[in-house]
Write a protein that binds this ligand. Sequence first.
Ligand code: FDM
Length: 211
Amino acid sequence: MTKTAMRGALIVLEGCDRSGKTTQSSKLVEALNNLKIPAKKISFPDRSTPIGSIINDYLSKKIDLPDKSVHLLFSANRWELEPEIRKQIEAGVTLIVDRYSYSGVVFTSAKQSIDFEWCCGPENGLPKPDLVMFLKLPISDIIKRSGFGDERYENIEFQNKVDKNYEKFKTDNFIEVDAAQDISVLTKNLLEQVVKTIDSVKNQKLDKLVL
Ligand code: FDM
């Protein structure tokens, strides 16, 4: 008998720090589960793994690391989860991912001395997201949000560079969403896009990412 199970969708939320990705990804999973659609949340960096623990020490400024080496750790942290991502998607579970390869590239390449193309290399071959929603918020609003400034990268100059770098990813499955909307209105708008995507990719193969 042939396998006819429909796959889940790989959905990514991207944006500058404190743009609401974490809140919205949790709300999306809850909303999908309420609709009886199997869905789970994943966050990158995944700080619970051994590699994630080094990344956490780096972000909380406990340790310093050369820029290229930390870039490869962020990427390795995604590759650690690659088999699990494929397994879940094939099992029909939609994954809502809080940051992915795009964060990897825009943050490291904001360091200037590092070439954009070089940053893309280690990401190629990972599962390709079916939809990337970029939560756009003016940097002037971001810096007013609670907790901003605690971790590495949380300063205005750097976030402005990150914001500019995201412009390089405006492709067909990469959409920009106004993150200044009321939280529940934003969830509703994102959910609409997610449900549409789940339906349109359910019989398609999960592609490999090429940046
Ligand atoms: N970050 C995140 C990177 O520099 N590269 C990556 O590949 C990823 C996934 O880590 F400043 C940065 C972005 C952010 C920091 O992210 C931690 P969260 O979303 O605040 O945990």
